[in-house]
Design a protein around this ligand. Structure first.
Ligand SMILES: Cc1ncc(COP(=O)(O)O)c(C=O)c1O
Length: 361
């Protein structure tokens, strides 16, 4: 006899990317930052007094929220700190979406979204992206007509790297009747010269939330720290009602605050990732593996049929050589590999092994 709710019984859990424990594997499969976090993290850990753990941590991580608010030019009550971006997604769904209500998203999208919808027993509406990965022209009409309570958009998009500009986000927030979550997990890797910045929209729309994480841009995936930015009317119910009491331990709050304060270090890693992204996409194109323009820290690389080996076989071949990339066995992605940008050494190893695996022309 099973005690699981029916929707839980029916669903599959989230399939995390492989996390090998050996040091020799080149890990280009889960979009981690290849460079170390700011040395300030080490400083926080060295200075940390374990006796401080005797007490509960600050419940709403206000020191962190103040640093995030100053960084983004918003107020403290526009920020909620969460255990990774993933906790924010769960909070948004439990706070704003009744079980049975529709959740809208694109296809493809971040594969955790459908899983979280199923946990809440919500049907999903997946609207296919256009061939160039842009949103369907009638995306908002479709979402409104279907009566969705929440729309989840990754920007820059995963797994394609496609970027929607601020004007598009503003027009979506204006048109949609639902809450709109713009998941900016990868926004730090957008080239600053294009001046992409959507955060002033927070003060214009009461249905708009942004997700940020320290996992990618701040090299702290192991810490599990993210945050949400939005109108106080959206942030407050999550902060005061649906958040777990003491959702963030004291040490992570201190580390995350120090990391966010060292913008100079983080920006240097973003710049290095962008330079490597450019180099890698050109070198891959030289061997017949093209990718669409990416504003994130990964490339979605097409493996053309004419090249004589499938994306799945290339993934396996690389894995045998201790290089992990991501292959999604789903429509429109099964002929592609999603490759995280590594250090220049890692990228060179990847290229060398790909060249060996590709059949001679
Ligand atoms: C699109 C997207 N959103 C959110 C997250 C959540 O990241 P985290 O929970 O590590 O902050 C990820 C992680 O891979 C992601 O790819």
């Amino acid at each position: 006899m099973s005690f699981e709710r029916h929707n839980i019984q029916r669903m599959q859990g989230y399939a995390s990317g492989e996390q090998p424990e050996d040091a020799q594997t080149i890990k280009l499969n889960t979009n981690e930052n290849p460079y170390p976090p700011t040395p300030a993290v080490q400083g926080v850990m060295q200075d940390f007094d374990p006796v401080a753990l005797r007490r509960y941590p600050p419940p709403t991580a206000d020191a962190f929220r103040d640093v995030a608010a100053a960084l983004h030019g918003v107020a403290r009550n526009n920020i909620i700190a969460t255990r990774g971006g993933d906790e924010l997604l769960r909070l948004i769904i439990t706070t704003f979406v009744d079980p049975g209500r529709l959740i809208a998203m694109t296809a493809p999208t971040y594969s955790l979204y459908p899983v979280l919808a199923q946990i809440q027993d919500c049907p999903i509406l997946q609207i296919p992206l256009q061939p160039n990965w842009a949103l369907a022209a009638d995306f908002c009409d479709q979402v409104n007509n279907a009566g969705a309570a929440l729309t989840l958009i990754v920007n820059p998009h995963a797994p394609t790297g496609h970027l929607l500009d601020a004007a598009t986000i503003a027009s979506m927030a204006a048109q949609l009747n639902s809450v709109l979550l713009i998941d900016e997990a990868y926004v730090d890797f957008v080239d600053p010269s294009i001046r992409h910045d959507c955060l002033d929209l927070v003060n214009q729309f009461d249905n708009l939330l942004f997700l940020r994480t320290l996992s990618k841009g701040y090299s702290l995936a192991g810490l599990r720290f993210g945050y949400g930015i939005g109108a106080a009317s959206l942030i407050t119910p999550m902060l005061e009602k649906t958040r777990d009491s003491y959702n963030l331990d004291l040490l992570s709050q201190k580390i995350a605050t120090a990391a966010l304060q060292d913008q100079e270090h983080a920006r240097l890693t973003w710049q290095q990732v962008r330079a490597e992204r450019q180099r890698l996409s050109e070198a891959l194109a030289d061997i017949g593996l093209t990718s669409s323009p990416s504003h994130a820290n990964f490339l979605l690389v097409q493996v053309p049929a004419a090249i004589g080996i499938s994306a799945a076989a290339l993934y396996q071949g690389l894995k045998q050589r201790h290089i992990l990339v991501r292959h999604f066995d789903q429509p429109r992605l099964d002929d592609k590999l999603r490759i995280t940008i590594g250090t220049s050494d890692e990228n060179a190893q990847l290229l060398k092994n790909l060249k060996e695996l590709l059949p001679a022309a």
